[in-house]
Design a protein around this ligand. Sequence first.
Ligand SMILES: Cc1cc2nc3c(=O)[nH]c(=O)nc-3n(C[C@H](O)[C@H](O)[C@H](O)COP(=O)(O)OP(=O)(O)OC[C@H]3O[C@@H](n4cnc5c(N)ncnc54)[C@H](O)[C@@H]3O)c2cc1C
Length: 388
Amino acid sequence: MHDTTGPALVLVGGGLQNALIALATLAARPHAQVTVLERDPRPCGNHTWSFHATDVPDALRPVIERVAEHTWPDYDVQFPDGPRRVELGYASVSSEHLADLLTRTLADAPHGALRTDTEVVALDAGGVTLAGGERLPADLVVDARGPGHAPPAARGDQKFYGLELALDAPHGLERPLLMDATIEQVDGFRFIYALPFGPQRLLIEDTVFSTSAELDAGPWRTRVLAEAEARGWSPAQVLREEQGVLPMPWSGPGPAIQTEGPLRGGYHGGWFHPATGYSMPHAMRLATIVARHAEDPGALLGTDDYLRLVRRERKQARFARFLNRLLFTGVAADTRWTVFQRFYRQPESLIARFYACTLTPLDRARMLVGRPPRGFSLRSALSGSAIQ
Ligand SMILES: Cc1cc2nc3c(=O)[nH]c(=O)nc-3n(C[C@H](O)[C@H](O)[C@H](O)COP(=O)(O)OP(=O)(O)OC[C@H]3O[C@@H](n4cnc5c(N)ncnc54)[C@H](O)[C@@H]3O)c2cc1C
């Protein structure tokens, strides 16, 4: 212990993972000593994070109720074979909302601190060193510096470009449109994603699961605006834009089983879903475990709780990576959509467990049995090289 206030938790990177750890820890133990160090002038970047209600661990529900900015009881998907309503709750949160919540929570906590414009240049189990040379000791350091620090792996990519629009007239969407794959298939599996934030406010994204990580914002913006116009959604104003290239690896491990810190969390530590590119479910589970050990975070890495969780994550990650391998190396780009059309015929409980990355052995069997998707090549999947 370094302080009479109790053990120190130092969180490197003020992004999604550490925001959730800070909020969960302070909810469990309001007097905890929690310091978030963020390189940028503001925490939480520029994203809209979405998740299924069924991703949320029970223990974290009260925290996520404050985090969720928009919630919907169900959503739609649309494929060439037809639409489907999926009766699973869905939610989203903007960076702005999460940053405000994090900033307020840390400011109100007696031993909370958020230090922005603060770059960490060295980390070890006992603390961190800042760019100016200052040393901060810690009982547990969580290193969640984001996707840029993730190890390389053989991978496809989820690329997306989105615009949040204020419209001239109501869009008429009552629920999210999670995947509309009835659009032209270019560069891989391509779909439109739309979240209605208000009667005349909408986020619309063009997404592609591709074997190339290239994303040239100009043409994507044109494409998104054309899709909006085609649906009768005429923009009065572009409120925000966001883009991303998320790894969908088919090799490499999931999170490491660590025996000593710094604990590598978030994208950096492999706490993400290889087959969706999303990290919210994983970040929530890690935050739950850290918060459960808020009295003694320095002992976390030796606990059965942590070991059980990380082993489960690795097992789930292995299967999800295998699915990516089949998708990117076994199915030609222009027929990849058939895999998702088939997936959305599964029961809702399986869809929920797929997104949460908590599939059962029976789920896995259900996903693999039956006629292979159109254009599937076992030889190509076994060779493991991506097909265009
Ligand atoms: C545009 C976009 C949309 C996404 N949408 C979703 C979604 O809907 N649902 C979902 O589950 N996932 C989504 N993801 C994927 C994933 O959840 C995010 O990438 C998520 O932000 C990862 O969380 P993280 O905490 O690991 O990293 P980040 O949120 O990227 O946070 C890392 C932070 O560390 C800081 N940092 C880096 N180096 C240092 C340093 N040396 N010192 C101090 N600070 C440092 C960075 O500035 C950054 O703020 C999205 C990703 C992107 C890019």
